[in-house]
Write a protein of this length. Structure first.
Length: 383
């Protein structure tokens, strides 16, 4: 006998006493009471469910009071800085290079974001190789062998091997430097490999990089490959080639050299030893677009590069304001004050390469002072 029946039978209300015979003898009344009980139960269950739903809504809104906001290129650049130093080089054996080989990587879908920009200026060392020797050359005077134009201007030629310079940089803990082959001759390639073997994972390599040889340089110890002419061919940007390179090595191992010269008041990317203007200009939209394909940018201010006459401050300011990924500027540095100018104009977001001005390359600027300055900048960024 259910509870509703017991309540009805035990009631002493006048209505019950007047009802006469027992409720059990009146089936229609029992059925009616059953239906009332069911309706009450359903109503109660509904109220409980509604209460739980409202509580859950309030809990969720308390946990997440504001909608998530995706990073936007409209945000100030400084807000996208992060105190991250370049990745330290991966340890690799000094023999048996096959054991450190890397595999081809598929490109990530969509325009993936690059590494966070470091809010501290870093010194990025260099090793420029011409005909197998470490040299410092005024880049704008480079010509093909068949070119009868201006004679090559060489500021310095070292009697030290590329490996010796690589070891100096390794001992000083400098990462992210670059080895540039200023010619496609076998001697220059051999010299570049010598440097990569001496400091595996600590140096980038550029000069004649294409789809056929990119992986081989990574396998030999380069942290990244640097490309220009292969992507900016015939004065235009070849997106198909760029995409193929990304698919092969991965954007995290690719650096785009956007070295440029002034043309009609704008910075046009130059290729083929900086002799040919492309129709691509270094500006905010271009930097934002190309950042989806590269881990870093390398930008030589060709108009001042190798001349030790001061930096292209306007170009540095442009890079500091608009580049969404780590960027290294090279060109014209001759004093410690120039390093401070780059720091200020680039908003502490643009790294710097110094070449001809350094005393290790025949200049007057002490290499040790630059390394000390570099360490001071990065020490401040960690505080």
């Amino acid at each position: 006998m259910d509870a509703s029946h017991r309540e009805l039978r035990g009631s002493n209300s006048p209505e019950t006493r007047r009802s006469g015979p027992s409720d059990l003898t009146r089936p229609h009344l029992a059925v009616k009471c059953d239906s009332v009980s069911v309706r009450h139960s359903v109503l109660l269950l509904g109220l409980v469910s509604l209460t739980l739903f409202l509580c859950s809504r309030r809990w969720n809104s308390t946990e997440k009071p504001y909608p998530a906001v995706a990073p936007s290129s409209n945000f100030p650049m400084a807000s996208r800085c992060a105190a991250r130093l370049p990745h330290p080089p991966c340890a690799a054996p000094h023999h048996g290079w096959a054991s450190s080989r890397v595999s081809a990587r598929p490109a990530q879908s969509g325009a993936s974001r690059g590494r966070a920009v470091v809010c501290a200026v870093s010194f990025r060392p260099c090793i420029d190789i011409h005909k197998g020797k470490v040299k410092q050359i005024v880049g704008s005077t480079l010509r093909d062998a068949s070119d009868d134009g201006t004679a090559l201007v060489t500021n310095f030629e070292s009697d030290k091997s590329p490996a010796e310079f690589a070891n100096i940089y390794k001992e000083d803990g400098l990462v992210g430097g670059h080895v540039i082959m200023l010619g496609g001759d076998p001697a220059s390639r051999s010299a570049a490999l010598e440097a990569l073997h001496a400091y595996p994972g600590g140096l980038q390599v550029g000069g004649g990089i294409n789809l056929e040889n990119a992986m081989s340089y990574l396998n030999e110890g380069a942290s990244h490959v640097i490309v220009t002419s292969y992507v900016f061919s015939d004065g235009k940007m070849n997106i198909e080639r760029l995409t193929q390179l990304v698919e092969l090595v991965g954007k995290e191992r690719l650096i785009l050299d956007l070295s440029c010269r002034k043309k009609d008041g704008r910075y046009a990317i130059v290729t083929d030893r900086w002799q040919k203007f492309s129709d691509v200009f270094v500006d905010g939209p271009t930097l934002e677009r190309l950042a989806a394909y590269a881990d870093e940018f390398l930008v030589h201010g060709v108009d001042v590069e190798g001349k030790r006459l001061g930096i292209d401050e306007e170009l540095v300011e442009l890079l500091g304001s608009h580049s969404p990924i780590p960027t290294t500027y090279a060109g014209g540095v001759s004093t410690m004050d120039d390093l401070e100018r780059i720091k200020k104009a680039g908003k502490s977001r643009v790294d710097v390469t110094v070449g001809s001005a350094l005393d290790i390359f025949g200049g007057d600027l002490p290499y040790d002072d630059v390394v000390r300055w570099h360490k001071e900048q990065n020490l401040v960024s960690k505080r």
